[in-house]
Design a protein around this ligand. Structure first.
Ligand SMILES: [Zn+2]
Length: 173
């Protein structure tokens, strides 16, 4: 098990454009996938939330994300190939700034094309929670963070304030 340190907001690696992974998959990329799986599991057991992680969050600027929610496994070189016109809004968080929430707008349905560890290209259709998760993680591969997707700057808040205000209508929708 290799749990990695998660890079935090302000670290310039999180802002880099990640490079495509080449096939056959190098051994070091298999280790990165194992590290992503283990780091996600550890974060979830410590914080009680966490469904996905992206390679730059553990310091690797290659196009790999790892999901453990509805779909389990690594998505290599993922691309969103279709987006629904229908959108929805939600409070989003991130391992790289666990104390901040941003109110973002995402496409409700998407279709993602990606490669598995053998290099075979596969398509995944996602709706709702899995769709927004994939949009969040794929954004990381372009150096884009959830705070960049906030509907405006007033909708970036501390988790402690969110928890105080969550029941109030002005913060709901
Ligand atoms: Zn994130």
């Amino acid at each position: 098990m290799a749990v990695k340190e998660i890079l935090l907001l302000g670290n310039s690696i999180l802002r880099q454009q990640c490079s495509p992974v080449r096939f056959p998959l190098p051994e070091e990329m298999r280790s990165v996938i194992a590290d992503l799986r283990d780091t996600l599991a550890e974060f979830r057991s410590n914080h009680g939330f966490g469904r996905g992680i992206a390679a730059p969050q553990v310091g690797t600027t290659q196009q790999i994300i790892y999901i453990d929610f509805e779909y389990v496994g690594a998505l290599i070189n993922p691309k969103i190939v279709r987006r629904s016109r229908k959108k929805f809004r939600l409070w989003d968080d991130c391992f790289s700034f666990p104390d901040i929430l941003a109110y973002v707008q995402r496409n409700y349905d998407i279709e993602v094309s990606f490669q598995n560890e053998e290099g075979r290209r596969t398509h995944l259709k996602a709706s709702g929670a899995l769709s927004e998760l994939l949009q969040h993680e794929i954004d990381h591969l372009s150096g884009i963070l959830a705070i960049d997707r906030a509907i405006d700057s007033k909708h970036i808040i501390l988790r402690s304030e969110y928890e105080k205000l969550a029941h109030k209508p002005q913060i709901a929708l």
